[in-house]
Design a protein around this ligand. Structure first.
Ligand code: VGL
Ligand code: ZN
Length: 198
C-alpha cells in the first residue's frame, strides 16, 4: 500500500526568530529529515501569502495579532504578517532536506482567503490539487508532520480524512502555536475524526 509523507510549513517564519515563531519549531527538523530518508513519496507544503493577505492583522486597521474577525467563510484569527511570498521568512528551514521532495504545494496565495490546510482553502471548497495528485499516485496512507500542530497540520489531517485517506500524525515531529486552548481543541477533533496520533 502506497504511503506519502506530507511535511507542513517547515518555514523560517514558523521557526526561531521568525515572524510567527512556533515554540520549539526548529526541534522537528531533525526527526522530519529522518522520516524523509525513509519515505517513498514526499510532499512539502509552503504557506505563501501576498503582502496584502486578509489574515494579516497589519491589513486590518485597529487590529492586533491573535484578534479574531468574521470573514465570509467563517471566523479568522489575525496573524502577524508571515510567509510573504518570495521573502526569506517564506523559505524552508535551512536544514530541512528538501532534495527528495516529489512536489511542493503552496497555499494561502489568494489575498482574500486563508488556507491552513494543504488540501483546501479555509472556505473548505477551493482545492490545492493535492488530493488528486496523491490519488493518481495510488496513495492510501498519509503521515503528516510539521507546523503548526493545531492549525495547518490539524486542518490538513481533517481534510485528508474527509478525502478518504488514512492519516498518521506523529506528534514528536509536530509543534503547536497553542493560542487560547487551540492545541487541546485540535487534538480532541483529530481523535474524534480518526486521525492516528502517534
Ligand atoms: C499557520 C497560522 C497562519 C500554520 C499558517 O502553518 O499552522 N498558522 N498561517
Ligand atoms: Zn499563514
Amino acid at each position: 500500500m502506497t504511503s506519502a509523507l506530507i511535511v507542513i510549513d517547515v518555514q523560517n517564519d514558523f521557526c526561531s526568530g521568525g515572524a510567527l515563531e512556533v515554540p520549539e519549531g526548529d526541534q522537528i527538523v531533525a526527526p522530519i529529515n529522518l522520516m524523509i530518508d525513509d519515505a517513498s513519496i514526499v510532499i512539502l507544503s509552503q504557506d505563501w501569502h501576498p503582502k496584502n493577505h486578509a489574515s494579516f492583522a497589519e491589513n486590518h486597521e485597529g487590529s492586533t495579532p491573535f484578534d479574531v474577525i468574521e470573514m465570509p467563510y467563517g471566523s479568522q484569527t489575525l496573524w502577524p504578517s508571515h510567509c510573504v511570498m518570495g521573502t526569506r521568512g517564506a523559505e524552508f528551514h535551512g536544514l530541512l532536506n528538501t532534495s527528495r521532495a516529489n512536489a511542493v504545494i503552496r497555499k494561502g496565495s489568494t489575498s482574500t482567503i486563508d488556507s491552513y490546510s494543504t488540501f483546501f482553502e479555509n472556505d473548505r471548497k477551493t482545492p490545492t490539487g493535492l488530493s488528486g495528485l496523491l490519488r493518481e499516485c495510488g496513495v492510501k496512507t498519509l503521515t503528516l508532520v510539521g507546523l503548526a500542530t493545531d492549525f495547518c497540520v490539524a486542518f490538513s489531517a481533517l481534510d485528508a480524512i474527509a478525502q478518504g485517506f488514512e492519516v498518521n500524525m506523529p506528534l514528536h515531529a509536530c509543534r503547536a502555536i497553542d493560542n487560547q486552548g487551540s492545541l487541546a481543541d485540535a487534538l480532541t477533533k483529530l481523535k474524534l475524526n480518526g486521525v492516528r496520533l502517534v
